[in-house]
Design a protein around this ligand. Sequence first.
Ligand code: MLT
Length: 255
Amino acid sequence: MGRSRQVRVHLVPQFVDPGQLAQATAVVIDVLRATTTIVYALAGGCRQVLPVAEVEEARRLADSLPAGKALLGGERGGLPVPGFDVGNSPAEYTPARCRDMTLVLTTTNGTRAIERAAAAERLLIAAFVNFSAVCEQLRRDPRPLHIVCAGSDGEVTLDDTLLAGALVDFLCEETDCELNDAARLAWDCFENHGQVLPAALELSKGGTQLAAIGLASDIKLAAEIDRFAIVPELKRDPPRLEVGAVGIVKRHWHK
Ligand code: MLT
């Protein structure tokens, strides 16, 4: 029998020790909304996404790019940052706006989770909108896997945990996996809530916050499974997210 696959879930980024990631693949999840938005931006034609933790750093980086080629996007408190070109709503990332642009993106939790996981040998971005494409990549990847949920200000969130559980379900239903307890919890979460996806996202902390600021339509966009067939992947020097793989061999969502 082959060796079992190591699959670890970290329900908030603070639970990951970057030292664990050196020879591993990390998948970063922020369903509402950073990783969903990154998929939209690259699918919409952005050449690359530069994830940045702080607002001022994002402004400086965008200013250093060739004129007319930078899109400065993100949120604080869920709302667009004053002076930015775009917020963090997936719907804003249209092909007309994105084509050939470099998106400099800063969000409260998502871009920080990416920064935290950047020590991984390979880093992929997952959302429901590219679920099966991510599954295909992970199926072929022999490295230990760390699924890093962005959570919300240090709190565990239902939306990210649910997607982490869906990935665990895909990877471990038929293959022998060595799981941590958070992976088991996430798997249970998927078993319980996977069938009622948009409603579960509405219930989550991020979902209720988005509804409160009039952005409930973003939840529906984030819940659309397999809308896109791309997997954003972190490239180095400078750190940037680009389309790393394209193509869904098979739809893997089974709820
Ligand atoms: C985040 O990174 O915290 C989220 O994407 C928040 C949001 O979209 O409002």
